[in-house]
Design a binder for this molecule. Structure first.
Ligand code: HEM
Ligand code: FES
Length: 343
């Protein structure tokens, strides 16, 4: 958690995650090169590198984009999210090799700057079938560079989680640019039915998963209570919350999570201080609410991260009557001690 900055905060899980990334990338590259050399033996080494790394980058981009919704739909996918940033940096490196080799092969032999040549060698910007598609890949690469270079927690803390998150939402713009880059590129060469089908399938899967998760989230947002007694809002019955887990509600336009643990109930903000992860989808481990995304922890009765960490989130007052749980909608200041309700 954010107590101080070290260049790299390695642990066993991160190392295993990274080994799988490297292994997966190597297997993909070997398969791609093997299949291409068998089916198309006259492919030049430059084209092989450009295609192998371009397709690797877009495959990784798809994996990155499906992890978020998959975790929201099933917490068994959570380990994939844990070190997603390293996946992002690996994807950028693959895209950089692809873009770098393309610029070298197609734009570095003239007497003008290769980047200038990238923008000017084909000026058919008004045409759909002859559009200079490399330019779209270039802008996508710039976005991926900004994201990869600000991926460390140092930037998360200094830019503020809100701004950092906004910056990293640009991955969707990069994805759109890459899709257009590949589709328009395919129009100018022999369009491969295989690549177009895979891209379309990828798009359908990504869009489908995102739509499904947003429908589920909007359902949570609608669990707005109408039952208000003396300013206390009824949220649910005690036995609706499983032990060491929470239910999420919208109270006063804020998402809150009501946790049940050790015969007690506590309510805290649902928004993790790290990257806004949904705390109410996590569980209580060793007495702490543990964020399902990267494991930040908070004490349920005061919303504070256990020492030496310093993160704090808002807490809420609760009361129970006849097995019913009521929340006082006014958030207490972040880190405020609130006595848990004993059940
Ligand atoms: C400076 C940036 C970039 C340049 C100059 C560039 C250039 C190219 C070129 C020339 C091709 C056609 C290659 C061929 O068919 O022989 C291509 C295809 C492709 N590019 Fe890029 N690109 C860039 C960025 C990106 C990025 C950021 C991604 C993905 C994250 C990407 C993914 C792809 C893919 C998947 C293909 C299709 C490969 C295939 O059909 O086998 N490109 N790019
Ligand atoms: S969002 Fe990263 S730990 Fe909660």
């Amino acid at each position: 958690m954010g107590v101080n900055y070290q260049t790299v905060l390695w642990n066993r899980n991160k190392k295993i995650y990274d080994k799988w990334i490297i292994l997966g990338m190597l297997i993909y590259l070997l398969c791609f090169i093997g299949i291409t050399l068998i089916t198309n033996p006259e492919t030049s080494i430059e084209t092989l590198i450009i295609r192998a790394f371009g397709t690797l980058a877009i495959a990784l981009l798809h994996v990155i984009l499906v992890i978020g919704p998959l975790v929201r739909l099933n917490s068994r996918f959570s380990p994939l999210l844990y070190n997603r940033r390293h996946l992002g940096v690996s994807m950028f490196l693959a895209a950089l090799i692809h873009g770098g080799f393309s610029i070298f092969q197609f734009h570095s032999l003239g007497n003008v700057n290769p980047i200038y040549a990238l923008f000017t060698s084909n000026m058919d910007y008004g045409s759909l079938t002859n559009f200079p598609f490399q330019v779209l890949g270039f802008f996508a690469l710039i976005i991926l560079f900004i994201m990869a270079s600000t991926s460390h927690d140092f930037w998360l803390k200094n830019l503020s989680p809100k701004l950092w998150k906004r910056l990293h939402m640009m991955v969707y713009l990069a994805y759109t640019l890459v899709i257009l880059h590949v589709f328009l590129g395919a129009l100018q060469q022999q369009p491969s039915l295989w690549s177009i089908s895979m891209l379309s399938l990828g798009f359908i899967i990504i869009a489908g998963l995102h739509i499904r998760t947003s429908l589920i989230e909007s359902k949570t947002d609608k669990t707005k209570t109408e039952d208000i007694v003396d300013g206390w809002e009824y949220v649910c019955d005690i036995d609706e919350i499983p032990e060491d887990r929470a239910k999420i509600f919208i109270v006063n336009n804020e998402r809150i999570a009501v946790f049940k643990y050790d015969n007690k109930l506590s309510a805290i903000s649902n928004v993790c201080k790290h990257q806004g992860g949904p705390l109410g989808e996590g569980k209580v481990i060793d007495g702490c609410v543990t964020c399902p995304w990267h494991g930040y922890q908070y004490l349920p009765h005061n919303g504070q991260s256990p020492p030496p960490f310093t993160e704090k989130i808002a807490t809420y007052n609760l009361k129970t009557e006849n097995n019913k749980i009521y929340v006082h909608p006014e958030a207490m200041a972040e880190g405020t001690e609130v006595n848990p309700v004993i059940i």
